[in-house]
Every structure is written in structure tokens, then in C-alpha cells.
Design a protein around this ligand. Sequence first.
Ligand SMILES: C[S@@+](CC[C@H](N)C(=O)[O-])C[C@H]1O[C@@H](n2cnc3c(N)ncnc32)[C@H](O)[C@@H]1O
Length: 105
Amino acid sequence: MAELMEPLHEQLRGGSPAVSIRCGTAANIEASDESADLICIDPPYYNNVQYAELSDYFYVWQKRTLHDLYPQIFRRRLTNKQDEAVANPARDGSSADASAAATVG
Ligand SMILES: C[S@@+](CC[C@H](N)C(=O)[O-])C[C@H]1O[C@@H](n2cnc3c(N)ncnc32)[C@H](O)[C@@H]1O
């Protein structure tokens, strides 16, 4: 992210743009109307990668070392599967339900 922002910093000649990086679900971004010029997300690819399930392997080890520094990020026992924007038959019960969950709000 910092690398991506570099050209913007150069363009502003060292000034500091109001950039906010947040960790959370894109389904519920707390920002008032007309308060942001750009919200940038890079969503998952439907059912191709179950990021949260894969992340658990790293999460449990990172939590052991980083929890004291970032208690809010590491407050869960495992990663949040429920809010993940993927089609996941294991989570949703069937392929049809996973498809519905991934395509409807
Ligand atoms: C295609 S990857 C993005 C990879 C990232 N841009 C990078 O370069 O490392 C999709 C990402 O979306 C995240 N994701 C899944 N559900 C999300 C949600 N509801 N809100 C925000 N991000 C979500 C996944 O955890 C995964 O990290």
C-alpha cells in the first residue's frame, strides 16, 4: 500500500494527503456521505480462494506474537469467516446457498 501511495506523495511534494487504511469488512464501511474521494478494495474471486480458511494457519501463530501490540486485530480465536465475501459451500451449507450468499447483499 505504501508503495502504491508513493506517486501521490511525490505529486503533493511531501505534503500529507488524508489517507486512511482500515481493516474490516467492505460490506460495512463507516464513512459519511461525500467524505471520501476514493474507497479502494480488491475483492475475492467468488469461490476460487477461501482466504479466511487459509489465513487461520498464519493467524494462530501471528496472534501469539502480535496480540499484545494489536489486540483489536487479534481478538478472535480464528479469522472471521462469516463476513468473508466469498462463495463457500462449507460455510453456507450447499453450492446453491453459497451462490445466493455471494450474490445477494
Ligand atoms: C484478491 S484478494 C486481495 C489481495 C490483496 N489486494 C493483495 O494484494 O494482497 C481478496 C481479499 O479480500 C479479502 N476479503 C474477503 N472478504 C472481504 C470483505 N467482506 N471485505 C473486505 N475484504 C474482504 C480477503 O481476505 C482477501 O485478502
